[in-house]
Design a protein around this ligand. Structure first.
Ligand code: HEC
Length: 179
């Protein structure tokens, strides 16, 4: 008779990697949600029909979208979340709700961790102009982002970066930067 544990081994391995993934997610959970995730959450709670239609049809600046969010009752968002979503929609809308484009947090996670830890980015409290300046600096000019994406990332960081270092998980504090 073959040993019993062999049949459960693949399951254990699968569970192990799922746990590793969950742990990785948690490590970055302190970084506030971007517009894509905020929209997903609002959608799960039920989007007013006219607001959903607007996303698939309208263009407008952040002030336009902020008004639309307020008119939709705030969509259950709090603090900087409304402006984060408004900034996202200003750059990304219109788009089909079934296919949401990347937000400022997605861009930071994808593009701002290969040379230094994300902490270098997320702990800085800067103006929009200063963020755009950082992205134009020699160390950053080569990063592949469109002009509107640079604006989207800058707007996200103005609203959501400046996180105090003691709110950053220990694994992501000093020592992780490679420059
Ligand atoms: C190709 C490598 C590379 C990538 C990718 C990268 N950085 Fe950097 N970053 C550097 C280097 C090198 C330094 C230190 C030297 C300097 O300040 O230019 C730095 C420093 C910084 C600093 C602190 C110093 C300063 O300029 O104010 C910030 C903030 C920063 N990066 C933001 C970002 C953001 C935002 C992204 C993603 C859009 C990013 N970095 C992606 C190379 C990179």
């Amino acid at each position: 008779m073959p040993p019993r544990f062999l049949s459960t081994l693949p399951l254990l391995l699968a569970l192990g990697s799922a746990a590793a993934l969950a742990q990785e997610d948690d490590l970055f959970a302190f970084i506030p949600a971007g517009g894509r995730t905020l929209l997903e959450t609002a959608e799960a709670a039920g989007l007013p029909e006219d607001f959903a239609t607007a996303i698939s049809q309208d263009t407008g600046d952040a002030a336009h979208w902020r008004e639309a969010i307020d008119a939709a009752g705030g969509l259950g968002l709090m603090g900087a979340e409304e402006d984060t979503l408004a900034g996202y929609l200003a750059v990304r809308a219109p788009f089909p709700l079934s296919d949401k484009p990347t937000d400022g947090r997605d861009l930071a996670m994808a593009l701002c961790q290969s040379c230094h830890i994300i902490t270098v980015v997320i702990t800085q409290d800067r103006t929009r102009e200063a963020w755009l300046g950082t992205m134009q600096s020699p160390s950053h000019i080569e990063i592949k982002m469109t002009e509107p994406e640079r604006g989207l990332l800058a707007d996200y960081l103005v609203l959501n970066a400046g996180i105090p270092i003691d709110e950053v998980p220990k694994e992501l504090r000093a020592g992780g930067a490679s420059y």
